[in-house]
Write a protein that binds this ligand. Structure first.
Ligand code: SAM
Length: 255
């Protein structure tokens, strides 16, 4: 199979990599989905989260003395990592009280804020660094998030956005989990790379680099552990994650 192939067999196998088949899956809203997923989010090994961690650990900048925001921080996977990079202050923001409870248990010293990315309760130029991991596909109005980050990040501040790769999304991969009630998929928008870049470039951000991440040997054991070992080889041929590196220039690009 070539990378990005949509053959019937591979498509259905890949759909089952991260969620059960569509005919067995309940599609729920973002608030309901994360209320339910929060119970197990940190407990079930997830190859996408593992791949992202493996890669971001290599490219996260030194944050000595910086103010960092983990936007849509969920259960706070990244909060302590940001602090260990030297950040002076780390704030986690999320819409889901249930996900934030996980973050509070894990990282009680951090400031956690229950709010919507579309309306950030922060002063202008509050942050030097923002990470937004696996959340933008839940947000329809990227332009509004970009405006809010343009306001709340200082000029020169760096923004890292990670999301399921559009090619993987096109093959049917979706954020999903199984709980006691059913297999669940959470509502997504599925933005193209072009729309992500243009939303942020229209709002004072310049895109420095886009990285395509593929599963590799370190993720094999997670596929095996979760009973999906036979899908590993095909999943490795699809770019799994896209990482965007932006800098806030502080002025509208082209003005
Ligand atoms: C897949 S989880 C990712 C959590 C965390 N960033 C991580 O990588 O583990 C997506 C998170 O985005 C949050 N989210 C979705 N839409 C949001 C919005 N409009 N404002 C704030 N948080 C949002 C959800 O509540 C959920 O915690």
């Amino acid at each position: 199979m070539s990378r990005g192939s949509t053959s019937e067999q591979t498509l259905s196998e890949n759909k089952r990599t991260f969620a059960a088949r569509a005919d067995e899956v309940a599609c729920v809203s973002v608030p309901e989905g994360y209320e339910r997923w929060a119970q197990t989010y940190d407990q079930v090994p997830n190859p996408l989260l593992a791949l992202e961690k493996r890669y971001l650990n290599r490219i996260l900048p030194d944050l000595a003395g910086k103010h960092a925001l983990d936007l849509a921080c969920g259960t706070g996977r990244w909060l302590t990592q940001l602090l260990s990079r030297g950040a002076q202050a780390v704030v986690g923001l999320d819409l889901s009280a249930a996900m934030l409870r996980g973050a509070r248990d894990k990282a009680p010293i951090h400031r956690l804020v229950l709010a919507d990315c579309l309306q950030l309760p922060f002063r202008a130029s509050a942050f030097d660094f923002v990470l937004c991991s696996f959340a933008i596909n839940h947000i329809h109005s990227l332009n509004v998030v970009a405006q809010e980050l343009a306001r709340t990040m200082r000029p020169g501040g760096q923004l890292l956005i990670c999301e399921m790769h559009p090619e993987a999304y096109a093959q049917g991969w979706r954020p999903g989990f199984r709980d006691t009630q059913s297999a669940v998929q959470i509502e997504t928008a599925g933005h193209s790379a072009e729309s992500v870049i243009s939303s942020f470039q229209s709002n004072t951000f310049s895109c420095l680099k886009v990285h395509d991440l593929f599963f590799g040997e370190p993720e094999r054991s997670i596929f095996l552990h979760t009973g999906k070992g036979e899908m590993f080889a095909d999943a490795c041929r699809v770019p799994a994650i896209q990482v965007y590196q932006f800098v806030n220039t502080g002025t509208a690009i082209g003005s």
